[in-house]
Design a protein around this ligand. Structure first.
Ligand code: OSB
Ligand code: MG
Length: 380
């Protein structure tokens, strides 16, 4: 397609409850959205198309080095101008060409992923194909898991988990950190039994010196422990994997298909959490899915408190055949009283994968305006 302009928007959405992890507490979701405008059909029968991308970078650089304002700056200063100039010079802009066009810029994968997502949405709206169809999804619905933040007390945690189970969530993930690990897991197992699918996420809060504590989690039959050690420490994750029985899953460490291949070869993990934003886009996410599938590594779709836009794309990705574990794909009301799209709802523990063209969802303009902090136009 021919790319003619883009709107860059920063929104701030209040969360229904604060979300606490080992790296901090969030009360609002600040997100950068990009809407690309272009034409398909060539010069003879041009049709205008639009596409939406959501950047998963958070307000502060605590989960990743990327953060919302930096992603907006990247999009404004380098990424959008690069695509707009290439398009003006005659290059066909498609999701398949975005990665190579942006490749000279080092890193900033979340910013690049948002732009690729917007181009992909526009392109698929042009052809009428759904994101799920494009990616190769094989299921109409995906199971809904929920990520449970660190709570002020064990009693509160048990109430929160009870509510999510009553809602129908089919898998519980507990956020852990040093001092909030064995006790909450033990309490949840005691109260809800051995049968509920349970896993934990440390967001890189431990070191190899904590192997003894992490080993105590082996007693609770967890599906996995997610990212116990720092992002750039594949070797120590491999060592930890020999010290604990619980499968190690990597999130932060898997920044690209190459990193996934390395982690598998080094035996740093036996499960991978795929987040399209973290790896530079849905195409790279699909590549990681393919690599993992070829190597017998189960994957699941991670979440980043997405609005309905990112949630739609994640649901499509999670419907691929290698996603054999339940992902962090919850209903919109897990995080937001009012989503910017029609809300994703859970039905019998499942989320329906959109089937319409592109993402299959669009923002409600008045809701979007209500949450908007800034908008700007980027033109060729
Ligand atoms: O580590 O998976 C994570 C949210 C923000 C940043 C990192 C993570 C998370 C979650 C929430 O666990 C997942 C979700 O969106 O449901
Ligand atoms: Mg994680």
């Amino acid at each position: 397609m021919k790319l003619t302009g883009a709107e860059l928007r920063t929104i701030r959405m209040p969360l229904v409850t604060p979300f606490e992890t080992s790296f901090g507490v969030e009360e609002d979701r600040v997100a950068v959205l990009v809407r690309v405008i272009g034409t398909v059909g060539g010069d003879r029968r041009p049709t205008e198309v639009q596409g939406w991308g959501e950047c998963v970078a958070m307000e502060l650089p605590l989960y990743s080095s990327e953060y919302a304002e930096a992603a907006a700056a990247m999009l404004r200063t380098f990424l959008l101008p690069r695509l707009l100039r290439a398009s003006a010079a005659g290059t066909d802009i498609t999701a398949e060409t975005v990665d190579a066009l942006l490749e000279p810029f080092v890193g900033h994968r979340m910013a690049k992923a948002a732009l690729e997502m917007a181009v992909l949405d526009a392109q698929l709206r042009g052809t009428g194909q759904s994101m799920a169809g494009y990616l190769g999804a094989t299921r109409p619905t995906v199971p809904a898991g929920v990520s449970v933040g660190i709570q002020p007390s064990i009693a509160t945690l048990l109430d929160v988990v009870a509510d999510y189970l009553a809602d129908g969530y089919v898998r519980i993930k507990l956020k852990i950190k040093p001092g909030w690990d064995v006790a909450p897991v033990e309490a949840v197992r005691e109260r809800f039994g051995e049968l509920i699918p349970l896993q934990v996420d440390a967001n890189a809060a431990y070191t190899l010196a904590d192997a003894r504590v992490l080993r105590r989690l082996d007693a609770f039959d967890l599906l996995l422990i997610e990212q116990p050690l720092p992002e750039d420490d594949l070797r120590q994750h491999a060592e930890l994997a020999t010290l604990v029985r619980t499968p190690i899953c990597l999130d932060e460490s898997i920044v690209s298909p190459r990193a996934a291949a390395d982690a598998i070869a080094l035996k740093s993990c036996s499960v991978i959490n795929i987040k399209a934003g973290r790896v530079g886009g849905y195409l790279a996410a699909k590549q990681i899915h393919d690599i993992c599938r070829a190597n017998g590594i189960p994957v699941w779709c991670g979440g980043m408190l997405e609005t309905g836009l990112g949630r739609a794309a994640n649901a499509a990705l999670a419907a691929l055949p290698g996603f054999t574990l339940t992902g962090d794909i919850s209903a919109s009301d897990r995080f937001y009283e009012q989503d910017i799209t029609d809300p994703f709802v859970m039905d019998d523990g499942q989320i329906t994968v959109p089937t319409g063209p592109g993402l299959g969802v669009i923002p409600n303009q008045s809701v979007l305006e209500r949450f908007t902090v800034t908008t700007e136009w980027i033109q060729a």
